[in-house]
Design a protein around this ligand. Structure first.
Ligand SMILES: Nc1ncnc2c1ncn2[C@@H]1O[C@H](COP(=O)(O)OP(=O)(O)O)[C@@H](O)[C@H]1O
Ligand SMILES: N[C@@H](CCC(=O)OP(=O)(O)O)C(=O)O
Length: 387
């Protein structure tokens, strides 16, 4: 399927735009804002529901504050985000209104997505706005998110939202033509990769995480986000947002950018959330005997196979499941707290109740709450989970 057919048949689209597209050395580029608003409105006018993930608050605020350096200290970044976000939204309000569209600001913190009840709440709000024909404009709530609890970057946020909304395609607009086979800043002859059938460890390790002057995460975070999107069965297009009519051209069938295809085996939305969005608080190590039941036969994780508990977690939280060599086997929601798992590890199912002093489930992680990864992809999965 080409990109025009893909967009033509997609009812729901997430568009993400990076700071490098939206801002120049004077701050927010109002002309770019107008061009983007016009194209997003055309996508919507053709009957699509569009969620717009916009970076740019820090770069906009930095110019507004008159800083001639890239803010590094957290309070400075947060102050810039606060200064910039209001101007960004004002520009979008005006630009979308010229096309008769209303926009709504959604600022999310990590906990809004990593906790299931808040995730569901965010989904309900977004669904309502989309039903009303409004364009939600989403950014991370940088002003209150500290380094330890950040979602990471907006590529990751857009991938999480693509799964949350069941969007068929995510369009990621950056300041290069797409994903190249080498860093174009160092290799001027780098070639565009037109299609990525499946992200592998080679592509992930080749992709630079060094951003441009204002971005975050570099092309690496776009490739990783595209892999997450592929695993929920959706497509990603990474294209050049500095091309004035890039979305229009894609709609008309021009073969621009890099297209990431969905995985043949896709996770359900809930399992995708468990694997890539729920906050992971700990690790459970299992012995050799537990590996085939989990990875080959889709069984639940029982206490008998657990040898070690790492980290502090509560019942219901997500944990990584590691093999005896520390390789990542999967991610699942634990029925028990770390203290309880520590108490029952190595026990047979009929010994659990006696040890804990009350009736309790025999599985530490039920198979319905466990995502097991293909062991041949262990390296790239470890990379995906590493943020
Ligand atoms: N292999 C590559 N393909 C494309 N871009 C790359 C590659 N390696 C490094 N880059 C750089 O990544 C930058 C985009 O990342 P970033 O600055 O985080 O953008 P954004 O603000 O759009 O999120 C580009 O400006 C490009 O120079
Ligand atoms: N939330 C931040 C941007 C974070 C981010 O991922 O930036 P970018 O790599 O430019 O998409 C901001 O609004 O400045």
């Amino acid at each position: 399927m080409n990109k025009a057919e893909l967009l033509a048949s997609s009812h729901r689209v997430v568009v993400k735009v990076g700071s490098a597209v939206l801002t120049d050395k004077h701050g927010l580029d109002r002309r770019r804002v107008d061009l983007l608003a016009a194209q997003i409105c055309r996508l919507a006018d053709q009957g699509r529901q569009v969620v717009f993930v916009s970076s740019g608050s820090i770069a906009t605020g930095r110019a507004k504050a008159g800083l001639n350096y890239r803010p590094k200290a957290l309070p400075e970044k947060q102050a810039c985000a606060a200064l910039g976000q209001s101007g960004l939204m004002q520009a979008y309000e005006e630009a979308f209104a010229r096309h008769g569209r209303k926009v709504a600001q959604i600022l999310l913190t990590a906990a809004d997505l990593t906790r299931r009840n808040r995730y569901t709440n965010a989904r309900n709000t977004l669904e309502t706005l989309l039903d009303w024909g409004v364009i939600p404009i989403v950014n991370e709530n940088d002003t209150v998110s500290t380094a330890e609890i950040k979602l990471g970057d907006n590529d990751n946020l857009a991938a999480m939202l693509t799964n949350l909304l069941g969007a068929r395609v995510m369009i990621s607009l950056t300041n290069v033509d797409g994903v190249m086979d080498a860093d174009p800043r160092m290799h001027p002859n780098a070639k565009l990769i037109p299609v990525v059938e499946q992200v592998d460890v080679d592509l992930l390790s080749a992709a630079s995480s060094q951003p441009g002057a204002v971005g975050l995460g570099g092309i690496f975070s776009k490739v990783r986000a595209a892999d997450k999107v592929a695993r929920c069965g959706s497509y990603t297009i990474v294209a050049n947002g500095l091309v004035d009519d890039v979305i229009d051209l894609l709609l008309k069938g021009q073969d621009l950018g890099t297209l990431f295809l969905p995985r043949a085996f896709k996770l359900t939305s809930r399992k995708h959330w468990i694997a890539f969005t729920a906050s992971r608080q700990g690790e459970l190590l299992v012995d050799k005997g537990a590996v085939p039941p989990l990875t080959e036969y889709g069984k639940s994780l029982l206490p008998a196979g657990i040898t070690e508990v790492r980290g502090d977690f509560q019942a219901g939280q997500a944990v990584k499941v590691l093999g005896p060599d520390d390789s990542v086997l999967g991610v699942g929601l634990s029925n028990y707290s770390s203290r309880e798992v520590d108490a029952i590890k190595g026990l047979h199912s009929n010994e659990i109740a006696e040890k804990l002093g009350h009736d309790a489930p025999e599985e530490v992680i039920h198979r319905d709450n466990l995502v097991v990864f293909d062991q041949e992809e262990e390296e790239s999965v470890a990379c995906l989970l590493n943020n």
